[in-house]
Design a protein around this ligand. Structure first.
Ligand code: NAD
Length: 294
């Protein structure tokens, strides 16, 4: 049980963790802090936080655990602000989408606190306290990327926190995490943003292609409704791994383009069949995992 948990950034991710822990009686007091007073007030009305303040230093001074759940671009400013205010033994953790960036930013924390980097693989395209819900993490993976000199008790506490929230914890090196997530999470978001722009830029005064878009477009582009600020920061924080993934996607599109140009039926069938086979197998695997759940 965490006695006092401070959440910096009470949005979808931070708010959902607070709700999940409260539902399980796994937390005593939750203090919220962030930059938007209206959002923090809303978080209190929704029962996500017990109290709130816009002062980051006041919010963390009595915390046993501090969760950073702000966009990646705010990490340096947030960590440098709270560093002098943290009491001995506080565990600082985060839920950010890229882990090497988080670990680098946390280097400013004092010796008497522990930092444990984590990333729950769960989310929606919605933002803010209103988007939070207690079952967001249920049966989803949470990746923890401990450093070599990690404090074992702090690590166990954060592992237990995510398990209490319903997540399955996996330990993985930060660099490996960032490469993996660039492929399966960050690239799809970039592709969705690009696709919507590619179609929408064809709009004229007389013609709006989006008014003819249907289910396929909607399914593919759901994540293009995600927070632009958050995804800008994720993309920049993981830009090396992401540039490689963008190259891979461009290569695939080039293969399709050249098959179209050459009217190469076999090539197109092979490209589409290989994607269909991979996706169907992935879905079947997920279904089996759900069935195997105790
Ligand atoms: P969100 O927009 O719902 O919440 C972010 C909160 O941070 C907001 O309340 C905002 O007011 C606050 N904030 C922004 N800048 C701040 C600053 N400089 N100082 C203090 N507070 C600030 O976003 P979210 O979806 O909860 O994402 C939070 C973090 O979780 C991000 O780092 C993101 O990469 C990560 N994450 C998101 C998802 C997802 O699908 N949304 C999934 C996993 C991890």
């Amino acid at each position: 049980m965490i006695q006092t948990l401070t959440i910096i950034g009470v949005g979808l991710i931070g708010g959902s963790l607070a709700l999940a822990l409260k539902e399980k009686d796994a937390v005593g007091t939750v203090i919220g802090t962030g930059r938007s007073e209206a959002n923090l007030k809303r978080a209190q009305d929704l029962g996500i936080v017990d109290s709130w303040t816009t002062s980051l230093t006041k919010a963390v001074q009595d915390a046993d655990v501090v969760l950073i759940a702000v966009p990646m671009g705010a990490y340096e400013q947030v960590l440098q602000t709270i560093a002098p205010a943290l009491k001995e033994g506080t565990i600082v953790t985060d839920a950010g989408s890229t882990k090497q960036h988080a670990i680098k930013a946390a280097a400013c924390l004092p010796e008497h606190v522990s930092f444990i980097a984590a990333h729950p693989l769960a989310g929606t395209e919605k933002s803010g306290a209103d988007a939070a819900f207690s079952t967001l993490y249920q049966d989803h993976l949470c990746m923890i990327t401990p450093q070599d000199d990690v404090n074992a008790d702090a690590l166990a506490a954060i592992e237990a926190m995510w398990q209490d929230a319903g997540a399955k914890v996996l330990f993985i090196p930060a660099a490996e995490h960032d490469e993996l997530l660039a492929a399966v999470s960050h690239l799809p978001h970039l592709a969705a943003f690009a696709l919507v722009n590619a179609v929408n830029k064809q709009k004229t005064d007389e013609f709006d292609p989006l008014s003819f878009a249907a289910g396929g477009f909607k399914d593919f582009t759901r994540i293009a409704s995600s927070s632009p600020e958050m995804w800008r920061d994720v993309a920049l924080a993981n830009r090396d791994a992401l540039e490689l993934q963008v190259d891979k996607l461009v290569d695939e599109l080039q293969h399709i383009k050249s098959a179209l140009k050459n009217q190469d039926k076999d090539k197109l069938t092979a490209l589409f069949s290989s994607a269909k086979g991979a996706r169907d197998a992935w879905l079947a695997d997920r279904k089996q995992q759900q069935k195997d759940k105790p």
